[in-house]
Ligand binder design. Sequence first.
Ligand code: ZN
Ligand code: ZN
Length: 217
Amino acid sequence: MLEKIIEFIAPDECIICQKEGACMCNECAIAVLKYKKPACLFCNELNLDGRVCKRCRAKNHIYKSTIAYRYGGASKELINLMKYQGRRSVARYLAKGLPQADLDDKTMITFVPSDGATRRKRGFDQAELIAKHYAKTQQIKCANLLARSSHERQVGKSRKSRIENVKGNFVALKTITGKRIILIDDVVTTGATVSECASVLKSAGAKRIEVLAVAKK
Ligand SMILES: [Zn+2]
Ligand SMILES: [Zn+2]
């Protein structure tokens, strides 16, 4: 609601040509946004459907990835506008640019949660916001499946459990036996974070994990 009021007072304008309406107009989007070709998320070997190649599959639990844009230039500007200037409406725009997922009743949409400090500073979690907008367009609910594991609550634990805890940055919030998970993030860099999330989701019972992200470096 508040977001709507703010947008009414200060409508979005295209970051390239300043036309009022959205944070990027269709003409500029076609001209400046660079689409990412399907490839293995980890070794970048091009393929037809974004599947993780056999070699990389041996090392992690992600089945495939779909990345909308190449990170840099205009896509980077949009992401920065959302992240560092708090423009939530950009999340909706970026979610609209994500490709349709073929959904069935075993599919769940979730996101890579930001850490608490970043979230507090920003006032929102950008990946969650994108995932929520995206889920809405796909007419399903976005599920809260992951949380950052707290490294502060270490005091008083045995050394062994402390080490186990530090090993992972994420914990699963529910069991998801047999589910196909679409894991959403804004920017993927090396794939280490989504890979870590995927291991946690796998241990929570997920059958297949697919990454859907706005951009990749
Ligand atoms: Zn424009
Ligand atoms: Zn690979």
